[in-house]
Design a protein around this ligand. Structure first.
Ligand code: ZN
Length: 316
């Protein structure tokens, strides 16, 4: 005979505590000949064909073993019969699902932890949301933070480059927003003023448009329209390329585009001036006037479904 699963005997012990009073008279004297509640449960289960072994536990937990059958055995089989409410309590313990067992059996803590890990993002604490917050995080994290902050700027980074959130300062600001207080543009942390960011906005999370294809964002320098990768290390050269394009002097064929990109990003500036003299004059003028074309686009992480769609971005 296979051994009895420990969960089975633990359930019987717990169920026994529930029915104990029903098996005694008011003066504590036992009703009938069965010595204790646990033995009583085992005896009546045996009448049902359920013994102290693993196979029997499977039968108990299956739909073959119904409450109606058990009720006849426990409540109508002769003294001591259980009062119906006590029987039902006992039966729900015996038939309890694994989760209920785990709580009953004192591993509730571990279970609680597991449940917390799976709880919906909307129920996370502010601190947990901020811990998970990053440019690549689940969009729900950003949505929840933005909602809690009433769509205001409140996130302080302790390290803007690494996108490390200053959790204490940020939670302070969230509290201010909850209390309906106005929030500043900058916030002092240890004597230094820090810029506040709205959920979804990250420092330096800018992208560049292709100089030849306004509206098309470069992904690691790659333009899907050119089919080529730009060297984006020198922003001003990209601005010069945009001026050439805007003057309708830009390359048209794939081969010309490839050559143009190489020349514009690595070639000698004086040589470029010889090839595009008028564009070079315009470039120098606009550079002095700080009016060079803008190719930087700030990524709005909130609700962006298509990073290549320029209408979702704002240029600056
Ligand atoms: Zn392009």
């Amino acid at each position: 005979m296979s051994s009895i699963p420990s969960v089975f005997s633990q359930k019987v012990q717990k169920a026994a505590r529930e029915i104990e009073p029903s098996l005694q008279r008011a003066n504590g004297e036992a009703i009938g000949t069965i010595p204790d509640a646990e033995a009583y449960i085992w005896a009546r289960l045996t009448t049902l064909g359920i013994y102290q072994d693993e196979g029997s536990y499977d039968i108990l937990m299956s739909s073959d073993c119904s409450e109606g059958d058990a009720r006849r055995v426990f409540c109508e089989n002769g003294e001591p019969n259980l009062p119906v409410a006590r029987f039902k309590r006992m039966w729900s313990i015996l038939k309890g699902e694994a989760r209920q067992e785990a709580e009953t059996l004192g591993v509730g803590e571990a279970l609680d932890k597991a449940l917390k890990a799976n709880r919906p993002i909307g129920q996370w604490t502010d601190e947990d949301l901020l811990k998970a917050y990053s440019p690549d995080c689940n969009p729900e994290v950003i949505e929840n933070l933005d909602k809690r902050a009433k769509e205001r700027s409140f996130i302080v980074f302790s390290n803007e480059e690494a996108h490390e959130v200053d959790s204490a300062a940020t939670v302070d600001l969230l509290r201010m927003i909850r209390r309906g207080k106005p929030t500043p543009v900058h916030y002092p942390v240890n004597g230094t003023l820090r810029k506040l960011y709205r959920a979804g906005d990250f420092p330096n999370s800018t992208m560049l448009e292709c100089p030849l294809h306004p509206g098309t964002l470069l992904v690691n320098g790659y333009c899907d329209q050119c089919g080529q990768t730009w060297d984006v290390s020198d922003y001003e050269r990209l601005q010069l390329a945009r001026i050439i394009r805007d003057r309708d002097e830009g390359p048209e064929t794939p081969a010309a585009i490839k050559e143009f990109i190489a020349a514009m990003t690595k070639g000698d500036l004086a040589k470029i001036g010889e090839t595009y003299p008028k564009a070079m004059v315009e470039y120098n003028e606009r550079k002095t006037e700080e009016d060079l074309p803008r190719l930087k686009v700030r990524q709005a992480a909130r609700g962006v479904s298509d990073p290549m769609n320029p209408s979702l971005h704002r240029r600056f």
